[in-house]
Design a protein around this ligand. Structure first.
Ligand code: GLA
Length: 397
């Protein structure tokens, strides 16, 4: 309720009365890292840290967006063309508006007030959550009903084409379609998905290394190009393949000599990681958390050594977690190069886990880590602001 009332008060102070709002969650990925843009499998959960947007239509064709986190307002004129990119937080919102307009959804003017509670640059998809909440708000103002799958695709395009980060669909998809009490097994080629129950005895704990990651361009996009280079070379001997999703470990080993060593290692990560995801989902379903934990350990090693997207702080955080009693699994989550680890911790061990890991990580690095005990959450939801709106009105009179 605090988020909701702060959202409404913030909106009121700038724009007057909001019409409605949306809450879109961040995510942690249990396993299946850097597989989404290789048309593979992922197993993320939406979490109870969200981006909140309050909105109302305007009479003109202006889009005015305020970010509470950045204390910043941007203004743009909607005229059916791509808006100006500025390499700031606002690109995520303006990118969504641009792609919507380019896709034929003509948008009327709108005021948007954004309040994010997902730590930024921590690998928990604060940007995808913002995109989804903004897309839902703009579509409602435009009076258009669009499926959740389509909304995820539009937001992925905004990030690919406007922001310039060639991300896959995982983050946007789970922010739309997550389900409380579950993780989502998603096939990123067909977009078929299945909610897999998350055991109630296990706690999801996210440890932030406090090392910020950035993948607007640079290393993330480079990994993607390396995977494409692998597919191109393998395609000459395996003409049926479209993506690394179609390559087995046996095939990769058979044609190893055709690939430069670095490309081979990138491919090996994707191929082995992709094989782990359905197995981890099956293990979770049968209650074999120990097996899930082992696969998480393999995943982390593969990301560290073959894909080379970890960093010393993430490796340390994982090592500290694994030493702790009651921990089933620990690995880096998200794009990498900093950000967070995801941990499966027995509920009875959570408090001690938090205390020890924080202390030891601080002792070794001098950084105070944020450690979040997370719950799984539903995907994006519409907020009726009625109650919060009357409360805020009373406060301001
Ligand atoms: C980022 C991207 C996702 C995915 C992960 C790595 O979070 O946004 O599409 O590629 O990295 O698994």
């Amino acid at each position: 309720m605090k988020n909701l009332s702060d959202l409404v008060s913030g909106y009121r102070a700038l724009f007057g009365t909001p019409a409605f709002g949306y809450r879109a969650p961040g995510r942690v990925n249990l396993i299946g890292e850097h597989t989404d843009y290789n048309q593979g499998f992922v197993l993320p959960a939406a979490i109870n840290f969200s981006c909140w947007v309050a909105a109302a239509p305007r009479d003109d064709n202006k889009l005015i967006v305020h970010s509470e986190n950045f204390h910043d307002t941007v203004e743009a004129v909607l005229n059916g063309n791509y808006l100006q990119r500025s390499r700031r937080w606002s690109d995520y919102a303006l990118g969504v508006a641009s792609v919507l307009e380019k896709s034929g959804y003509s948008l009327p003017g709108a005021n948007l007030y954004i309040r994010g509670e997902i730590p930024l640059g921590a690998g928990l998809s604060s940007s995808a959550a913002l995109e989804i909440a903004v897309a839902c708000a703009l579509l409602e103002i435009a009076g258009r009903e669009v499926s959740r799958v389509k909304i995820a695709e539009i937001c992925q395009r905004a990030e690919n084409e406007f922001v310039g980060a060639h991300v896959g669909i995982m983050d946007q998809f789970v922010s739309c379609n997550g389900r409380a009490g579950h993780v989502l097994l998603l096939d990123c080629r067909t977009l078929k998905h299945r909610a897999v129950p998350f055991p109630s005895t296990v706690q999801l704990v996210v440890c932030n290394t406090m090392v910020k990651h950035e993948h607007g361009d640079g290393e993330y996009n480079m990994r993607r190009r390396e995977c494409e280079a692998g597919v191109e070379k393998l395609w000459r001997v395996l003409p049926g393949i479209q993506a690394l999703r179609d390559v087995s470990l046996q095939q990769l080993e058979a044609h190893r000599s055709r690939l430069p060593e670095v490309i081979y290692r990138r491919c090996r990560h994707v191929v082995t990681e992709n094989e782990r995801v359905p197995k981890a989902a099956a293990a979770l379903e049968s209650g074999d958390i120990v097996a899930v934990g082992e696969m998480m350990a393999e995943s982390h090693r593969s990301l560290r050594d073959d894909y080379q997207v970890s960093c010393p702080e993430l490796d340390l955080m994982v090592d500290l977690a694994r030493k702790h009693e009651g921990v089933y699994g620990s690995r880096m989550t998200g794009g990498g190069f900093g950000g967070c680890t995801v941990n499966l911790v027995d509920r009875s061990a959570t408090v001690e886990f938090k205390r020890h890991v924080a202390m030891e990580y601080h002792g070794a690095t001098g950084r105070h880590p944020d450690i979040f005990v997370c719950d799984t959450s539903d995907g994006v939801e519409r907020l009726s602001l009625g109650a919060a709106e009357s409360a805020a009105r009373e406060l301001s009179t």
